[in-house]
Write a protein that binds this ligand. Sequence first.
Ligand code: FAD
Length: 447
Amino acid sequence: NDALERGIVVLGAGPAGAIVALGLRRLGHDVTVLGVPRVFDAIEGVSERVVAGLQGAGIEAALTAIASPSPRRATWAGVSSALNTERLMDRAAFDRLLWQELQDHGVECLAARVLRWQPGAGGQGHVLQIQRAEDKQPQSLRAQFVVEARGRLAPHPPQGVTRGPETVTLLWRGQGAPGGQACSAVESLPEGWAWMAHLPGGACCLQLTVDPSAIKLPPRAQLGAFIRERLATVASALPFLAVPAAEVHALARTSAAVLSPEVGGGTWLRVGDAAMAADPLSGNGIFQSLSSALQAPIVIHTLLNHPTEAPHAQRFHRERVHGLFQRFARIGRDFYAQELRWADQAFWAARRAWPDALPAHAPAGSAAPRVEARPVVDHDRIRLAEVVVTAEQPLGVWHVDGQPVAPLWRAARAAPGREVDAMAQVPGCAPERALAMWHWMRGQGWV
Ligand code: FAD
């Protein structure tokens, strides 16, 4: 009877949960985030694209935990390069700042562990069991809408989960004296691959990603020594081992690619790693979390405020999450396939064959354009609209520079040889616009 009552509740305050909460605030919703800090601390690397995405989502203070671009040495398939940079972050510091920033934006943040989530049936609302640090007993919380953003710790239904080859990352985190430049390195090894990073504050991270069925893992107490010993013969790891640093922790994290069988319903949505988690090789985990989280506020807003569009909103989210998962799985496969020296080793053989043999990017022109009704974002809601679907744009193109393209493409196709004139007859398309759009469509190979 003394259950807390809330409207929208977000479970987990990693990047995905935080972005959804901020987006919902911007759309005028009251939001409560339930979170506990991550159980492990790591250095992670992100691209400029991620930093821009975080900025675009309204995150500012937490960006100070992200270092300036630093060199990334890659030794893969026997070839070394130092062309790339990445931006390293201390994830614990980033998450702490994010938690504070949410509150600064008016999001209610409860430091509480979610013990159980019982989805509501028949409009009853969801019931959550939560444990706050200051309480002796767990407490009930009723919510109208739940956003599942507990990352890889989010429970999945017993059946229907899509999983990539079993993967474990052994992680050694150390702390040395401040000094030196931020830098990172990746190298492929017979039994997997290693990633090392160092921050100017003295934090150091060594990671070894392996197939647990192909390697005998030591007991936890010996994990740190095992990782350091294994990396002692890896050329690009040597500079990271040379810096004296005391072990903060060593642990093993499961890091296989995972796609949840269902990513949303009428009153709930999964985002970030809770919806789909990528193989860490992509170095794109946070990018993918952002990709599913940035669109989620509009999806939720549609579910709550425009219920007749609910099926389209759910389809929009599902198709984007599935599309991202498949695309990154295939990009990862192609990257693993470059390593031919150990192609018959269990680790490499499994990864060069998963998820399938389809190309990561459909070749341009491999399927003729067609018009389909698909969900699109229209101002504050998702609705169905006619879009042009192609091999490269399987989700369809709705607008170009504010101009709906399906009616133009249809008009052009119906009038071979006088496409521009036909396009200029489409309501709302002036002749000079028709010409510009014709050039654009020609560039795409549509006409
Ligand atoms: P998370 O960041 O996992 O956030 C989930 C939050 O929910 C956490 O704060 C957690 O404490 C909280 N939570 C969990 N359970 C509960 C509960 N019961 N109650 C309350 N709160 C809870 N990505 C990169 O971009 N670059 C990298 O270099 C990189 N390296 C990686 C290395 C490894 C080994 C692995 C496994 C992943 C790596 N990733 C990397 C991926 C990245 O960590 C994730 O993709 C990203 O953090 C996902 O964000 P999220 O918000 O979905 O989940």
